[in-house]
Design a protein around this ligand. Structure first.
Ligand SMILES: [Zn+2]
Length: 765
């Protein structure tokens, strides 16, 4: 679901084990020790892992993708079900205990789409993506869903057009400065800058009656490179489909908080807060250009300009458009494939891996590039299982349906099994679209060190070094200043990013407090066909990971992580990186408030000095902003104290781990660690607050959440950060106490775990 193109900054990741290479700055010497394993268990683990990593085959990845992408396979299509049944048979063939779980969910499809420029000239938008002769699946029109935005409300509206750039809240602030209102207008926004669902939401909040979203060639078209089929980038006809639900919760819009199993109760469609307030339609830049060219009025600020050969203007009008978007509001059946390998002695502890299998159309990159890696992992794990490997914990592999319309298959499964999952789930590892390039790791920071360790053991398929080292080198090259470079070079672990909600990890982490990870490769593969009919096998095999060797690397990385989590004697959760990260969030919040105070102070002063009045061009006047109240000081001490307590607990636990790891981990070998392990993986649950975030009770995690006004992008410590950003000072103040409380609980739990481990080290257990 997440567009690689939207991840502007490459966040990659971790240390080379390549034996023949000179060690460079920042590189740690290889260690044969494995976190959480006794010396003898580590040896056996490494042997099995080596066997595992030799199995995944690029030819198989290619063949799975060819087959699964050979027809459109969106929710409710025959090929969606066929793919699920085919995967089910494969899992069984590979020795897994597999079944399909069904959910019945709201999935609207287009009934009527019409977009017409009425004035000052006439133009009817094509709203179609034509077949391309070289591309053999692009002509399957009868099976394709035409371009649309799912969960747009039905509408038939006519009004003047206003160009709103990306349609973020900042863009509307700019419009206000210009004295331009979108009330009663239809806005045209370009993709990017925020999750697409935010655009109609903010437009409606400002009084717009309709919303058009188009792909500007500046962002993923000819300004980036040659367009399809000469190059990988979006051509003038390609359209980005996608859901535009509001951000109150993930999953089926009609079953918030419970599983939409067949026969479940559901909300009336009119009562779902997820459906947009105004009709929305996505278009290509071929269709957008005549509309944009017909807008007059004020020129746009420079950073609002796209790459079309026109003068970008804001309006409103005189361009007047008629927009019709109507849908079949059907309930469709989802097919989640769930497969298990039983654990040998801690079968009640579950390590979970997943990727979605539904697409908007043929979906070679999104989602099959990740899905086929998951399948190849499953085949390889099945293979070594036959050879005698027995994971200590139960492994669950999932192929989710219904991710595209709103992370539905994963969310409904999680909500259906919530109690069991909170009891038994150790961690969830996700992937989605992947391509050539650098390893990108996001996830719970209690797994940061562990993931660094895994990445150090995976060979980059094209360079003689580990995927960690490549990612690490990129971090050095991309660091913005000397301090940042210094940190990258000298911090033992590469930082991983926090998770927003671009894919199926969201409900595991945000709703259930299950430690989650997202893995993918990117930065060197073709982009530009996100959610168009051209994201297909022909495109992928010409412009993306054409040899499927990074797909194999993804299978090796994720599979190794799964094996280690499944086999470790002591689960490899680690808290010093987590505490360090949390301290950076606290500092960011303090800085955010300070910046806001400084900005308001400065603006008020400029108003008093007459600066705004003086610089305003009488022919294009800008409004003088009103005086603003100065943001009050907020007491961050509870956060600082609790972050410090967490840091102390983390150090104590780390020392205890070091103690039990001495002498080849002999102390661990004799200990019963089952309860302690459960305590460890449940530390993530402590970040949940049952009341949830202000205004978004389904989102319970107090450290990570997708932004209410950014969508995909993460807001860390959201209860404080979003309140600060929205000038809700009392809410920010309360947020400080709520988050501090969860940090104190976390610190207490880590201290308990440390004390248990100290007993193990002392031989008392
Ligand atoms: Zn996806």
């Amino acid at each position: 679901m997440k567009s690689l193109a939207m991840l502007a900054c490459v966040v990659a990741f971790s240390l080379s084990l390549w034996p023949f290479q000179q060690h460079k700055v920042g590189e740690k010497l290889p260690s044969t020790a494995l976190q959480g394993f006794t010396a003898s268990a580590a040896q056996s683990e490494r042997d099995w892992e080596n066997r595992f990593r030799a199995i995944p085959s690029p030819d198989n990845l290619r063949e799975y993708m060819r087959l699964m992408s050979s027809h459109p396979h969106h929710v409710g299509s025959p090929w969606d079900q066929k793919n699920a049944e085919w995967m089910l048979a494969k899992f069984k063939e590979w020795g897994w205990d597999a079944h399909i779980e069904n959910f019945d969910v709201l999935f609207p499809t287009p009934k009527e789409r019409h977009l017409e420029l009425l004035e000052p000239t006439k133009f009817i938008a094509k709203l179609e993506e034509p077949p391309i002769p070289d591309d053999p699946t692009s002509n399957q029109q009868a099976e394709q869903l035409p371009p649309y935005n799912a969960y747009s409300i039905d509408g038939d509206v006519t009004g003047p057009l206003v160009y709103v750039n990306y349609g973020t809240r900042d863009d509307y602030e700019q419009l206000e400065k210009f004295g331009i209102s979108v009330k009663g207008a239809i806005v045209i926004a370009r993709y990017g800058g925020s999750w697409r669902g935010i655009k109609p939401k903010v437009a409606a909040e400002h009084g717009a009656i309709g919303c058009i979203i188009y792909s500007d060639p500046a962002d993923d078209g000819f300004a980036q490179g040659d367009t399809y089929p000469q190059g990988s980038w979006r051509n003038k006809d390609a359209v980005q489909r996608g859901a535009v639900t509001d951000t109150y919760y993930a999953g089926d819009p009609l079953t918030p908080g419970w599983g939409s199993v067949p026969g479940a109760k559901r909300l009336d469609i009119k009562d779902s807060p997820l459906i947009t307030k105004i009709p929305v339609l996505p278009i290509s830049y071929g269709d957008a250009q005549p509309l944009l060219a017909a807008i007059r009025g004020r020129d746009v600020p420079q950073h609002w300009r796209g790459a079309l050969p026109i003068t970008y203007r804001i309006g409103p009008g005189p361009a007047k458009v008629h927009l019709v978007a109507k849908f079949n509001w059907d309930i469709q059946r989802l097919y989640d494939v769930i497969a298990k390998l039983p654990g040998a002695d801690s079968a009640d502890q579950w390590v979970i891996r997943g990727n979605h299998h539904d697409a908007w159309v043929n979906g070679a990159s999104d989602p099959l590039s990740g899905m086929v890696a998951v399948l190849e992992e499953a085949r390889a794990l099945g293979e070594i299982y036959k050879q005698g490997w027995r994971p200590k914990r139960t492994i669950i592999y999932a192929a989710w349906d219904g991710e595209e319309p709103g992370l539905i298959g994963s969310t409904e499964w999680l909500e259906t099994h919530l109690d069991d999952l909170q009891q038994h789930a150790v961690a969830y590892i996700n992937s989605d679209n992947t391509t050539r390039g650098y390893l990108r790791v996001s996830g719970s920071h209690s797994l940061e060190r562990f993931l660094n360790g895994v990445a150090r053991d995976i060979d980059d398929p094209e360079k003689r070094m580990s995927v960690w080292q490549r990612a690490h080198s990129l971090r050095i090259a991309d660091a913005g200043n000397a301090d940042a470079r210094d940190e990258v070079r000298h911090r033992a672990d590469m930082r991983i990013r926090a998770l927003g909600d671009g894919s199926d990890y969201a409900s595991f982490l945000d709703h259930a407090g299950i430690a989650a990870v997202d893995l993918r490769f990117g930065g060197e593969g073709g982009e530009g066909q996100y959610h168009s009919i051209y994201d297909d096998f022909y495109w992928y095999t010409h412009f993306s990971d054409t040899k499927f060797v990074y797909g194999r690397a993804l299978a090796q990385t994720a599979g190794t992580a799964i094996m280690r989590l499944a086999d470790a004697e002591l689960l490899p959760f680690e808290f010093t990186d987590q505490a360090d990260t949390i301290k950076t969030y606290v500092k960011e919040l303090e800085k955010l408030l300070k910046t806001e105070q400084d900005e308001v102070k400065e603006r008020n002063q400029e108003v008093d000095e007459g600066v705004y009045e003086a610089i305003s061009d009488p022919q294009k006047p800008t409004e003088v902003p009103a005086h603003k109240d100065l943001p009050p000081f907020i007491n961050f001490a509870p956060l600082e104290n609790s972050a410090e307590a967490l840091s102390e607990a983390a150090k104590r636990y780390d020392n205890a781990v070091k103690k039990v790891s001495g002498n080849g981990g002999a102390a661990l070998a004799n200990a019963s660690l089952h309860e302690l392990n459960a305590r460890l993986y449940k530390t993530e649950r402590l970040f949940l607050n049952e009341k949830g975030l202000p205004g978004r009770p389904w989102f319970k995690h107090q450290i990570y959440a997708p932004g209410a006004y950014t969508g995909y992008a993460v807001k860390t410590m959201p209860a404080v950060r979003e309140a600060l950003e929205q000038a809700k000072w009392n809410e920010a103040d309360e947020g400080v106490y709520t988050v501090a409380k969860t940090l104190n609980l976390e610190a207490a739990r880590i201290n308990e775990a440390a004390s248990e481990l100290e007993k193990v080290a002392g031989g008392q257990k």
